[in-house]
Design a protein around this ligand. Sequence first.
Ligand SMILES: *[C@@H]1O[C@H](CO)[C@@H](O)[C@H](O)[C@H]1NC(C)=O
Ligand SMILES: *[C@@H]1O[C@H](CO)[C@@H](O)[C@H](O)[C@H]1NC(C)=O
Ligand SMILES: *[C@@H]1O[C@H](CO)[C@@H](O)[C@H](O)[C@H]1NC(C)=O
Ligand SMILES: *[C@@H]1O[C@H](CO)[C@@H](O)[C@H](O)[C@H]1NC(C)=O
Ligand SMILES: *[C@@H]1O[C@H](CO)[C@@H](O)[C@H](O)[C@H]1NC(C)=O
Ligand SMILES: *[C@@H]1O[C@H](CO)[C@@H](O)[C@H](O)[C@H]1NC(C)=O
Length: 484
Amino acid sequence: MRLWLLVLPLLVSSGVSTLLVRDASSKVIRVPFSKERVTHNQVNKREPASKTAVQKLDNKDFLFYANVTVGTPPQHIRLHIDTGSSDIWVETANSEICSQDGGNRCYIGGTYDNETSSTAQYVEGDFSIMYVDGQYASGVYAKDTLGIGGVGVKNVQFGIGLKGTSEEGVLGIGFEHRQSRVLRGLDPYPGLVTQMVDQELINSRAYSVWLNDLNAAAGEILFGGIDAGKFKAPLVTIPLSKRTDLPSPIDFIITLHGLTVENGDGESNELMNTSQSVPALLDTGASFTYLPQYVADQLIELVGAVTVPEYKGPAVNCSKRSLEGTVNFEFAGVTIKVNLRDFIIDATDEPNEDNHILCYFGILGMSEGSVLTLGDTFLRSAYVVYDMDNEAISIAQTIFNSTSTNIMEIGSGLDAVPSATRSTTDVDSIVVTATSSAGSTTDPAPKSTGSPNVTNSAATILSGASTKLLASLLVSILSFAIFL
Ligand SMILES: *[C@@H]1O[C@H](CO)[C@@H](O)[C@H](O)[C@H]1NC(C)=O
Ligand SMILES: *[C@@H]1O[C@H](CO)[C@@H](O)[C@H](O)[C@H]1NC(C)=O
Ligand SMILES: *[C@@H]1O[C@H](CO)[C@@H](O)[C@H](O)[C@H]1NC(C)=O
Ligand SMILES: *[C@@H]1O[C@H](CO)[C@@H](O)[C@H](O)[C@H]1NC(C)=O
Ligand SMILES: *[C@@H]1O[C@H](CO)[C@@H](O)[C@H](O)[C@H]1NC(C)=O
Ligand SMILES: *[C@@H]1O[C@H](CO)[C@@H](O)[C@H](O)[C@H]1NC(C)=O
């Protein structure tokens, strides 16, 4: 079914209403998000209070925030969207962190009070999550109505953070088998996206993310839909890579078949071909893009970046933004082109003494055998449909700053994603093996000061996770440990 939604530009730009235009017949939930840049040492890091499994979180340079409401009457909260973790948790006014500074500490993100919500339900068990960067939250579980994109999703289970490191909660929308409970050996509960399907608000467990230009103020998630106004056809569906030891995927990993650099004159140079295919994780939670070391080295050299130990990424003169050309990422049946200049990111928000001369080059190397991570510096150039029901990704070249809107419902079943073509290439997705991942512990991961290190995180994982999941989780968790 196709639905054509005309969204009044006025409503969109006013920012007044968090309840967006929604066609009553449309099973699409449209959630705009804002982006904010964070500095790394702003978070007050403390020793984790409990031993729990480690999750990743977009704790990186760019955070994506959605406005939601929790409870009845609605309490307004903004949450940090994360496709790589699967727990939702909110702050509450009397939590350890929010009650500091005269109780005003969490005013930006907002807090939730279950006592004033008539729809709050008690859920047994303790909530506890730990992210790779050392941030954590722990408290209790609850269920309540979650308002998002103008609809109310009932009985959504989430954590109420009582202790933790962050003033703001998280909207984790990854696979349910990534819930912190599951990492502790317990069964998963229905996540937000599953609840949306069960309550017939969307047709299947799929959502699309338009990250847009990182410099643009906003992007958009559509639960149960795609916006054909935001990408260039073709939109190609690629099956997720399987892990050898798990029945189904728990991460959005697909196979990268090749990589070329193209200069301003259209001449290209191959850095990786199909014989060097590797699994790559699509991760909105990572700011940078991690490629095989030999590929990264060539690109780093090409732009004249230098690796400085104190910086978390290779440093480059910002003037290199004048370089023409693209890095072309080849997947089965589709190539995503990323402008070279889009990998060059201001290292600081404030002009430094060199007048903003310092930039990061957003491509880093990873040792052989690790799962590569395609983070925001790549994903901004892609429109991505995360189809959990079909265990697939549909991907297309984005259109930056597109103001055109053509929202279509995602149906259910095999060809649920409208306008998407199944990848015609025969090359199967690569199987991700647990052993290949363990190698990433030894990655010369760039460090930012003041963070716990990889060894630490791994130890924390080991203390909590069920051993069966553990090996495979290490694949991704350790590959997320880059900024540590
Ligand atoms: C969230 O709500 C705040 C306050 O009403 C508003 O300023 C902001 O633009 C909203 N953000 C999004 C992404 O809708
Ligand atoms: C409400 O939340 C508090 C934590 O803030 C928790 O201790 C209490 O059990 C919750 N009440 C219900 C009914 O869930
Ligand atoms: C998109 O908009 C942002 C903010 O206005 C701007 O900085 C950026 O250059 C635009 N991107 C493109 C590719 O036009
Ligand atoms: C792929 O690249 C490798 C290493 O550069 C090269 O040896 C091989 O011939 C290439 N294969 C094809 C099909 O181009
Ligand atoms: C950066 O590049 C500009 C333009 O090429 C040059 O003038 C400047 O000296 C460079 N800065 C550094 C620190 O190399
Ligand atoms: C890094 O790990 C080592 C060895 O486990 C530990 O001694 C050290 O304190 C850790 N550093 C940080 C910053 O956590």
